[in-house]
Write a protein that binds this ligand. Structure first.
Ligand code: AMP
Length: 211
């Protein structure tokens, strides 16, 4: 039996057609049940419903053999103990630096509010730019308007949320999509099972892209 960690919401919803194509449709949708361990049509695959930011942790420690996680979450986690063999090409968006429309950003010390402290630090350090990160857990778009920060780092899809809050993209940072991740030990110890599961996921993604 293989265990796959996945989060509710956009990632789960966009995974559903892939799971169906794998002949592993979940027994129920997490929105209609409180069950956190969900069997699938494939007797050899069950799902663990966890918070998006916790997916890499479950997989890293082997509590799940596989997981579906956003690249944003993987960048923030660091990816220790994981392989990231497949881009699922779902839940796509861009991680950006954004600031109030028309604002001139300070050339020196920049205060950036974000949920993504680690990857923001890494991104700017690699470019030799000094930033102070202010950790938030949500509603980052509020921060510049109330003087908490000069700019934010957040995910953007349509750009509607930025526009509605008087912000604009200053700099795209990373292309984001959901990835299939695998526990390194499971890849070795259950090579055949995991390899077969990876092949099925890759075929499902190809079929979805072609459709
Ligand atoms: P939008 O208004 O379409 O640009 O969407 C931006 C909002 O949706 C922000 O609050 C983002 O944090 C969130 N968001 C956009 N894309 C994703 C994604 N792929 N995964 C998680 N959150 C996302």
């Amino acid at each position: 039996m293989l265990t796959l960690a996945v989060s509710k919401g956009r990632i789960f919803d966009e995974c559903l057609p892939l799971l169906e194509a794998l002949d592993a449709a979940p027994a129920n949708h997490p929105d209609s049940s409180r069950r956190l361990v969900v069997p699938t049509q494939d007797a050899d695959l069950r799902l663990l419903i966890v918070r998006a930011a916790d997916v890499p942790t479950y997989v890293q420690h082997g509590a799940a053999d596989l997981g579906v996680a956003g690249k944003d979450v993987l960048l923030e986690h660091g990816g220790e103990g994981l392989y990231e063999p497949l881009d699922l090409r779902i839940a796509r968006c861009t991680m950006v630096l954004a600031a109030p429309r028309g604002a001139a950003l300070p050339a020196g010390h920049l205060r950036v509010a974000t949920k993504y402290v680690r990857c923001t630090q890494r991104y700017f350090a690699a470019r030799g730019r000094q930033v102070e990160t202010i950790k938030l857990y949500g509603s980052m778009e509020l921060a510049p308007g109330v003087g908490l920060a000069d700019a934010i780092v957040d995910l953007v899809d349509t750009g509607g949320t930025l526009r509605a809050n008087g912000l604009e993209v200053v700099e795209p940072m990373y292309c984001i999509s959901a990835r299939l991740v695998v526990n390194k030990a499971a890849m070795k110890m259950q090579h055949e099972k995991v390899g077969d599961m990876l092949r099925r996921w890759a075929e499902a993604v190809e079929a979805e892209v072609r459709a």
